[in-house]
Ligand binder design. Structure first.
Ligand code: PGA
Length: 248
């Protein structure tokens, strides 16, 4: 079963979110057979959790690694837990615009799993790193730093997202072969760090300009277990199309 996650980023007011979910609820039979996750802005979590179809899951786009205290503008695991099953951690926009280092992302991964939630850990190289053929090196550095002290038992709760920075919001997706190579490399690293039995069933999502046009070919790749969709998840029709084309 593929996991198809919508990352709405900083988009949709309450009314817009409600309209989307009501429409998606109506299409729920068409999208059965996949795990579907919506990651809306925090302001929509409460309402969406009330109106969504029971087969839809909810995730947060970010979370701080302390339970409470003087952290203006942040959101705690206890708050997120009231509505969410998943939390996106280490998205490249958080890394680049908000300067989140691997060390924080590691604390977040540990905090998310310790609260019984599932992190979606994002990793990926920039265009410059790709040009210098440093993709694998970057993936290894990010993965190892972000998974420091994560036990073999805890890693089973973690979902991975390969999101090449050059593909995010650019309309320039990784080719199926590029995605497969990166995903196989990530699974190989996880096999070395843990074991083959543990690494094999872990989900590795692809993210970066996924559309109804490229989803079918990407999902056919052996190590592509689903998608993290930004732009194309803002419209119900294109999101439903992607889900329909992503049977695994
Ligand atoms: P995109 O974003 O689908 O708009 O490229 C993906 C993401 O940032 O998760």
């Amino acid at each position: 079963m593929a996991l198809i996650a919508a990352n709405w980023k900083m988009n949709k007011t309450l009314n817009e979110g409600i309209t989307f979910i009501n429409e998606l609820n109506k299409n729920i039979d068409d999208v059965s057979g996949n795990e579907i996750l919506i990651c809306p802005p925090f302001t929509l979590l409460n309402e969406i959790s009330k109106i969504k179809h029971e087969n839809l899951k909810i995730g947060a786009q970010n979370m701080y690694y302390e339970e409470s205290g003087a952290f203006t503008g942040e959101i705690s695991p206890l708050m997120v837990k009231e509505f969410c099953e998943y939390v996106i951690v280490g998205h490249s926009e958080r890394r680049n615009l908000f300067k989140e280092p691997n060390q924080w992302i590691n604390k977040k991964v540990l905090c998310v799993v310790n609260h019984g939630l599932k992190p979606i850990l994002c990793i990926g190289e920039t265009e410059e790193e790709k040009k210098k053929k440093k993709t694998n090196e970057v993936l290894e550095t990010q993965l190892k730093a972000c998974l420091k002290n994560v036990s073999e038992n805890q890693i089973k709760q973690v979902v991975f997202a390969y999101e090449p920075v050059w593909a995010i919001g650019t309309g320039k997706n990784a080719t199926p072969q590029e995605a497969q190579d990166a995903h196989a490399f990530i699974r190989g690293l996880l096999t070395d760090m843990y074991s083959q039995t543990t690494a094999r069933p872990l989900k590795i999502l692809y993210g970066g300009s996924v559309t109804p046009e490229n989803a079918a070919e990407l999902i056919q790749q052996k190590d592509v277990d689903g998608f993290l969709v930004g732009g194309a998840s803002l419209n119900v029709d294109s999101f439903v199309e992607i889900i329909k084309k992503s049977k695994k």
